[in-house]
Design a protein around this ligand. Structure first.
Ligand code: NAD
Ligand code: ATP
Length: 553
C-alpha cells in the first residue's frame, strides 16, 4: 500500500486573540450545517417545498461563508508560517555575520563587554524598549538570548551569556555601564542536556522537540532531561543566604566565608543584617560585601556566580524571592527540619563546594510561577492601571484562601480565558512542580517531579464530592477572579508570604515564568527527588508482609 505523507503546521498562536479557535469553529459550523441539511430532508415532506427551498438557500449561503472563512484561516496560517520562516532566516543570517566577525576577531569568547551581552541591543529589543514593552513573556522582560543555542561558543547547550544578557530598561533603573563592569567579573558556564558522561545524548537533546521525517512524528525530548552545568571559567563570587536567629547556621556561615576566601579566593556577598553581625564579631570580615539598596539587589544576578543557602526550604524560598529575573545556580545546604529542596549536607560542605566549583554538576531547573494581581477595573480611578506593579515569582505556589472570613470562597477560574470552574471551598492553590510536595500535597494534590512541565491546580477543602486536583500544561495562563457578588473576600499569598486581599472583581493572573531557579543536585534530579520523597515524607512506608509462616519484617 502506498504511504501517505502529511504535513503538520505548528503555529504559535496568540492566546489572547483566540485565533487558535478558528479550526474548531469551522468544524462545528460545518457539522451543524450538515445536520441542518439532514433535518431538512427528513422533517419536510412535499407540502412545504417553498420553505424547503428557502432553507436550502440559507444552508448554501452558510456553507459558502464557512468555506470562505476556512480559506481566510488557511491564508492567515500560511502568512504566519511565512513570517516565521523569514524571521528564522533573518536570525540565521545575523548569526552567520556574527560568526564571521568572531572568526576575524581572535579574542576568545567570552570577551567583555560585548560577548557578555551588554553591547548594543538588538533591533527587536530597541523596538520593544521604544514601545515600552516590558512583558517577561513576549520580550523576556528586556532580556534576550544573545546567541543561537547551538552556535554560542560553538558548543551544545545554553551558556550563561544567553541568560544574562540585559540592556538598559526604559524605566531607567538599570545602569548599563555598571552592569558591564559587574558582569565582566562573572564566571561563565554552560548548561547541557543529558548525562555528563553521555556526550551523544547531550547533543541529541539540543535538537528540535518534534521532527517530521517522512511523515513519521518523533519526539527528541518531552521534558527537560538531565541538565548539567559546566563552568567555562571558575566562579569568582558567591552570595550566602542564611536562616536568621540560628547560632549553628551563623557559625557555619562564618566558617564557610573564611574557607571560601582563604582556600578558594572567592568573594562573598551576604544580606546587610548578616554583614553587620559579621562585623560586630570581627573586623576580619571587612572584605564581605552586601547588597544594601533595592537597586543593588536588582543587579545581584550580575555580580554573583553561585547562591548558597544555609537553612531549610524556607531559606531556599527566601533566596529565590530575592531574584526577580535570572537566578544564578543555587546550592542548598540542609539546616532545617524537612529539607525537601536542600540536598547538601553540611558535615562535608568543603567537598561539596569543591565539586560544585569544579563542575560539571547536575542541576534541576525549578520553574517559577509569574503572578500579578489585577484590580477590579470598575473600582480603579480613571487612567490608573488595574494591574498591580509588583510581580511575584513563586517557587512553591500561590494560594488564594478565605482568610478570616467564615464564608466559603467563591473563585471563578479561567485557563487561557476558557472558563474552568468556580471554586467553592477554603480556596485554591496554583503550584509549581517543586511546590507539589508542599501546601498542594497537604491539600490532596499529586507529587510531581520538578522537571515535569506543568501547573498544579489544587482546591483547598472544596465543598463538593467531585472536585479533584488538576495538572495543567506549563504554557497556559490562569486567571482566578473573585466574583462581583462574592459573599466574602479572598486573600492571596505567595510562597506562604506577602498576603494581599482580593476584593470583588479583583483577579490573580499567573503563568510560568521565564526565570527558573537552577538548583544544584547532590546526585542528580531524579535521585534527589525520590530520596526526598522517601526520606523526607516517608512515602509509602509500610511494614512488609512476611512469607507464609514467617513473621513480617
Ligand atoms: N498545610 C500545609 O502543608 C501548609 C500550609 C501553609 C504553607 N505551607 C507551605 O509552607 C511554605 C512556606 O515555607 P516556609 O518554610 O517559609 O514556612 P514554614 O516555616 O511554615 O515551613 C513550612 C514547611 O513546609 C516545608 N516545605 C516548604 N517548601 C517545600 C517543598 N517544596 N516541598 C516539601 N516541603 C516544603 C518546609 O520544609 C517546612 O517544613 C509555603 O510555600 C507552603 O507550601 C504548607
Ligand atoms: N535570610 C533570611 N532572612 C529572613 N528570613 C528568612 C531567611 N531565610 C529564611 N527565612 C525565614 O525563616 C523561616 C524559617 O526558615 P527555614 O524554613 O529555612 O527553616 P526551618 O523552618 O528550620 O526549616 P524547614 O523549612 O526545613 O522546616 C522561614 O519562614 C523563612 O522564610
Amino acid at each position: 500500500m502506498k504511504r501517505r505523507f502529511f504535513t503538520l503546521h505548528l503555529l504559535q498562536m496568540d492566546q489572547d486573540s483566540g485565533k487558535h479557535q478558528n479550526g474548531w469553529t469551522h468544524a462545528c459550523s460545518q457539522r451543524s450545517v450538515e445536520e441542518n441539511l439532514q433535518e431538512a430532508a427528513i422533517g419536510d415532506g412535499g407540502s412545504h417545498l417553498v420553505e424547503f427551498s428557502d432553507a436550502m438557500r440559507a444552508v448554501e449561503k452558510a456553507l459558502r461563508q464557512v468555506t470562505e472563512s476556512k480559506a481566510r484561516a488557511q491564508d492567515e496560517a500560511s502568512e504566519w508560517k511565512r513570517k516565521y520562516e523569514m524571521e528564522r532566516l533573518r536570525v540565521a543570517s545575523l548569526e552567520q555575520e556574527r560568526d564571521q566577525e568572531r572568526e576575524q576577531d581572535p579574542e576568545p569568547c567570552p570577551s567583555p563587554p560585548d560577548s557578555w551581552g551588554h553591547g548594543e541591543p538588538l533591533d527587536s529589543e530597541k523596538a520593544d524598549t521604544e514601545n515600552g514593552d516590558q512583558s517577561p513573556v513576549g520580550s523576556m522582560n528586556g532580556w534576550q538570548p544573545l546567541h543561537n543555542n547551538s552556535e554560542c561558543c560553538k558548543r551544545e547547550g545554553i551558556c550563561s551569556q544567553q541568560v544574562l544578557r540585559s540592556h538598559s530598561s526604559s524605566s531607567g533603573n538599570i545602569s548599563q555601564v555598571s552592569d558591564v563592569m559587574q558582569a565582566a567579573e562573572k564566571a561563565s558556564f554552560r548548561l547541557q542536556w543529558g548525562s555528563c558522561m553521555d556526550k551523544k545524548a547531550a547533543r541529541r537533546h539540543t535538537h528540535d522537540v518534534v521532527s517530521f521525517e517522512c511523515g513519521d512524528i518523533t519526539t527528541a525530548s518531552r521534558s527537560n532531561k538531565q541538565i548539567t552545568l559546566a563552568w567555562d571559567s571558575p566562579p569568582q563570587s558567591v552570595f550566602i543566604l542564611s536562616k536568621p536567629h540560628d547560632p549553628t547556621v551563623t557559625a557555619l556561615c562564618k566558617e564557610m566565608i573564611r574557607w571560601l576566601k582563604e582556600e578558594k579566593g572567592i568573594g562573598v556577598y551576604v544580606e546587610p543584617l548578616v554583614k553587620k553581625e559579621l562585623l560586630d564579631d570581627s573586623s576580619y570580615f571587612g572584605f564581605v560585601q552586601s547588597c544594601e539598596t533595592g537597586d543593588e539587589v536588582l543587579h545581584l544576578h550580575c555580580k554573583v556566580d553561585l547562591v548558597i543557602t544555609l537553612g531549610g526550604d524556607g531559606t531556599v524560598l527566601w533566596a529565590a524571592n530575592m531574584f526577580k529575573g535570572p537566578v544564578p545556580p543555587v546550592v542548598s545546604f540542609s539546616m532545617g527540619s524537612l529539607g525537601f529542596m536542600t540536598p547538601f549536607q553540611t558535615d562535608h560542605y568543603k567537598e561539596c563546594l569543591q565539586t560544585l566549583i569544579k563542575g560539571p554538576v547536575y542541576i534541576t531547573l525549578r520553574h517559577r510561577l509569574h503572578c500579578q494581581i489585577v484590580r477590579n477595573p470598575d473600582k480603579v480611578k480613571e487612567g490608573e492601571d488595574p494591574c498591580e506593579p509588583e510581580i511575584h515569582l513563586v517557587l512553591n505556589e500561590v494560594s488564594i484562601d478565605r482568610g478570616m472570613s467564615s464564608f466559603l470562597t467563591n473563585l471563578e477560574c479561567y485557563c487561557d480565558d476558557i472558563f474552568v470552574t468556580t471554586v467553592q471551598g477554603d480556596g485554591l492553590i496554583l503550584s509549581t512542580p517543586s511546590g507539589s510536595t508542599a501546601y498542594s500535597l497537604a491539600a490532596g494534590g499529586s507529587m510531581v517531579h520538578p522537571q515535569v512541565p506543568g501547573i498544579l491546580f489544587t482546591p483547598i477543602c472544596p465543598h463538593s464530592l467531585s472536585f479533584r486536583p488538576l495538572i495543567l500544561p506549563e504554557y497556559v495562563t490562569i486567571r482566578v477572579q473573585v466574583p462581583q457578588n462574592s459573599r466574602g473576600q479572598a486573600w492571596v499569598s505567595f510562597d506562604g508570604k506577602d498576603r494581599e486581599q482580593l476584593s470583588e472583581g479583583d483577579a490573580l493572573v499567573c503563568h510560568m515564568s521565564a526565570w527558573p531557579v537552577p538548583a544544584a543536585c547532590d546526585k542528580e534530579s531524579t535521585t534527589d527527588f525520590l530520596r526526598s520523597v522517601r526520606e523526607g515524607l516517608h512515602w509509602n512506608l509500610r511494614k512488609r508482609q512476611g512469607t507464609d509462616g514467617h513473621p513480617s519484617t
